[in-house]
Design a protein around this ligand. Structure first.
Ligand SMILES: Cc1cc2nc3c(=O)[nH]c(=O)nc-3n(C[C@H](O)[C@H](O)[C@H](O)COP(=O)(O)OP(=O)(O)OC[C@H]3O[C@@H](n4cnc5c(N)ncnc54)[C@H](O)[C@@H]3O)c2cc1C
Length: 381
């Protein structure tokens, strides 16, 4: 067993770290306050090849591993979680399933544009009636000759405002049990009848847009179906196995930002005539944060490695997300406490980290759902 990163992985991580330090870190507060990612960010990410990190070289990407993606996402999210979730969704919930389930024509049509950042991707499974119970979705696609006609309203779509391509899951057979009658469609943003609706006002990751989608007689040919008709739920769930590694990486990134801010403040802030870092109560907080973070990171890398080997990573990716998201919130809470009253104001970015950390326990399967996935796998064995 070798815990050292390869030279290539170290280079990729260092490249992402210096981009995050130089470009993202100075903009993260602005992203949060303006609820918008600065227009300079996406082209800068394109220049570094970040949008196509795991897309095969044959389709214009870098053909790197899920471990590489996890390393990059940790660095990006350490600086700006709004940018981080945009990249995570694009890579793991859009590029990955097109690469895995797409036809050659679909790959050629979309992967080069996604890899270059010309088109940003979004994933649309949730609806008002179907969050954790994702298979209960009610938006439909009905067949009309060769074409399919999509109707309904989707909810909570990350990057809704910027995406050029949406993978949208709708019901194509209402007569079979709910998970069996769902199909995934590739929907370009400029398709007639497709509209991006209301934007959510959120507690955290405010720079990332989260929107309703309105499908009003959206007509698509069969070439827009990803995978097979009525097999979409399987694609949605397999895709989330990868996506959860991304959100777990995001969690580790946010947690690390909390630890770094805590160490800095513990050395600077003096009370009772000495830096607060001299007090054992503060030292124990730092020690626990570091230990939880390292444990979470190992789980993330193990899950990503399993996915790279083509092995089932479902339980490990849920364990990574469960552990890492809990850790992000633990670190954010301890970080705010270490900062005292200052941490509760927007003079310090720790209040943003506290708000940003919260989402990691909700999206791509809430904490309770991760536990269900893990327990089911254990009881099946
Ligand atoms: C900022 C943001 C971005 C998002 N981005 C996307 C996106 O890009 N694409 C997309 O499709 N969706 C997206 N979502 C939706 C997200 O995946 C759902 O919010 C999430 O799956 C939870 O669903 P829900 O909000 O309906 O909560 P509910 O399912 O209503 O859950 C409410 C509570 O009940 C608990 N619960 C539910 N069922 C069980 C059970 N069986 N056992 C124990 N506890 C249970 C949950 O854990 C939770 O605590 C996003 C959400 C947010 C907030």
């Amino acid at each position: 067993m070798d815990f050292a990163l390869t030279e290539e992985l170290s280079m990729v991580r260092d490249m992402a770290r210096s981009f995050a330090d130089d470009h993202l870190m100075p903009l993260a507060t602005q992203h949060d306050r303006q609820a918008k990612i600065d227009p300079s960010v996406f082209p800068a990410m394109a220049e570094l090849g970040l949008w196509g990190l795991t897309v095969p070289e044959a389709y214009g990407g870098s053909g790197l591993s899920n471990v590489a993606l996890a390393l990059v996402l940790e660095e990006v999210n350490r600086a700006c979680a709004a940018t981080g979730v945009t990249l995570s969704v694009h890579s793991s919930l859009v590029c990955a399933p097109i690469d895995k389930w797409g036809t050659e024509e679909q790959k050629q049509a979309w992967l080069p544009k996604l890899a270059s950042g010309e088109v940003i991707g979004a994933y649309s499974l949730s609806e008002a009636v179907s969050g954790s119970d994702a298979a209960a979705l009610v938006a439909t696609a009905t067949q009309d000759g060769d074409e399919w006609v999509l109707n309904g309203t989707k909810l909570w779509v990350t990057t809704g405002e910027q995406a050029g391509l949406f993978i949208i899951y709708v019901r194509t057979d209402p007569t079979v049990s709910k998970a069996k009658g769902i199909t995934a469609f590739l929907v370009p943003a400029d398709t007639p009848g497709f509209e991006v609706g209301k934007a959510e006002k959120k507690t955290g990751i405010r720079g990332s847009s989260t929107n309703e989608l309105i499908l009003n007689g959206v007509r698509l040919g069969p070439e827009h179906i990803l995978g097979e008709v009525n097999r979409g739920f399987h694609i949605a769930m397999d895709t989330l196995d990868g996506g959860r590694i991304g959100i777990a990486s995001q969690s580790v990134g946010i947690g690390r930002a909390c630890l770094e801010a805590s160490i800095k403040y513990s050395k600077e802030r003096e009370q009772f005539g000495q830096p607060i870092g001299n007090f054992q109560a503060i030292q124990w907080k730092l020690a626990d944060m570091s230990t939880h973070l390292d444990a979470a990171r190992f789980l993330v890398h193990h899950a990503a490695w399993l996915r790279d080997q083509g092995q089932d990573c479902g339980r490990m990716s849920s364990q990574a997300k469960l552990m890492a998201s809990k850790t992000a919130n633990f670190c954010a809470d301890e970080c705010l406490q270490i900062h005292g009253g200052a941490g509760y104001t927007d003079d310090f970015h720790v209040e943003r980290l506290f708000r940003d950390a919260r989402i990691t326990e909700i999206y791509e399967g809430a904490t309770d759902i991760q536990r269900i996935v893990i327990a089911r796998s254990l009881l099946r064995a």
